[in-house]
Design a protein around this ligand. Structure first.
Ligand code: APR
Length: 231
């Protein structure tokens, strides 16, 4: 039985792949209003604006490549049972080779019905336009969890974290609940590491490594993998 690792990631792990974060100095929320582009009310009020916002982000995701941090995390699967719980809507973990990824805030490369959140469909083209319909005849929308909507697969994420032997939190400001509360679900005995440029309130009993993910994640992964070969 391989020891279990949970990696809990946020926008910061994809920053070095060229994808913007939300709350850093050049983040999305310094340019766009959350209530206009990331709420059901915003979508109802101006679907064209919201579809355009996510179409632009989808093109950026499709043009981005996984970075050394994504690849290092995928390598962990050779020696550990790994669950990646990500707040990110990009598919960079999967493209780096991670095989068990829980997207608690959805996936931008998928669409969903605008009247039934459980009806999720693959996209047949990079943009979602007004008039593109879901199989139930409703306007298609991005498969993204907006503010005020329920997060996805939280129980599965909690379950994985509650059984973790090691927990790596990387690239998240831990500002958005309920998901940020997941960091407190790790068992007392688990080794806990937090990697970010800065975090306002680093959680208790986490070793905080301040710096870039591509610089700090690979050596941590090497150390953890070496532990398995020295046993
Ligand atoms: N390497 C490591 N960490 C980084 C890097 C980097 N190169 N660049 C930025 N960071 C860190 C910042 O220090 C910050 O802690 O990534 C974090 C980015 O924080 P946010 O922009 O708040 O992103 P995130 O925590 O993922 O936001 C959570 O908020 O708006 C919602 O749905 C959105 O999923 C998102 C959620």
């Amino acid at each position: 039985m391989k020891p279990r690792i949970v990696v809990f990631s946020g926008a910061g792990i994809s920053a070095e792949s060229g994808l913007r974060t939300f709350r850093d100095f050049d983040g999305y929320w310094h340019e766009y209003r959350i209530d206009e582009v990331a709420t059901p009310e915003g979508f109802a009020a101006n679907p064209e604006l919201v579809l355009r916002f996510y179409n632009q982000r989808r093109h950026e995701v499709l043009a981005a490549q996984p970075n050394a941090a994504h690849h290092a995390i995928a390598q962990l699967e050779r020696d550990y049972e790994v669950t990646v719980v990500t707040q990110n809507i990009d598919d960079l973990h999967e493209r780096a080779g991670s095989s068990n990824v829980i997207h608690v805030h959805g996936e931008i490369i998928k669409g969903q019905s605008s009247i039934n959140a459980d009806l999720v469909v693959p996209l047949t083209k990079p943009d979602i336009e007004p008039g593109d319909l879901a199989p139930d005849g409703s306007q298609l929308r991005p498969h993204v969890v907006w503010f005020g909507e329920p997060v996805l697969r939280l129980d599965e994420a909690m379950e994985a974290i509650s059984r973790a032997d090691k927990m790596l939190v990387v690239g998240t400001s831990l500002s958005v609940f309920p998901v940020a509360g997941l960091v407190r679900e790790a068992p007392a005995h688990a080794e806990k590491v937090l990697i970010a440029l800065d975090v306002a309130h680093p959680p208790q009993d986490y070793q905080f490594l301040a710096g870039r993910a591509t610089e700090l994640v690979p050596p941590l992964v090497q150390r953890w993998r070496k532990e398995r070969h020295d046993t």
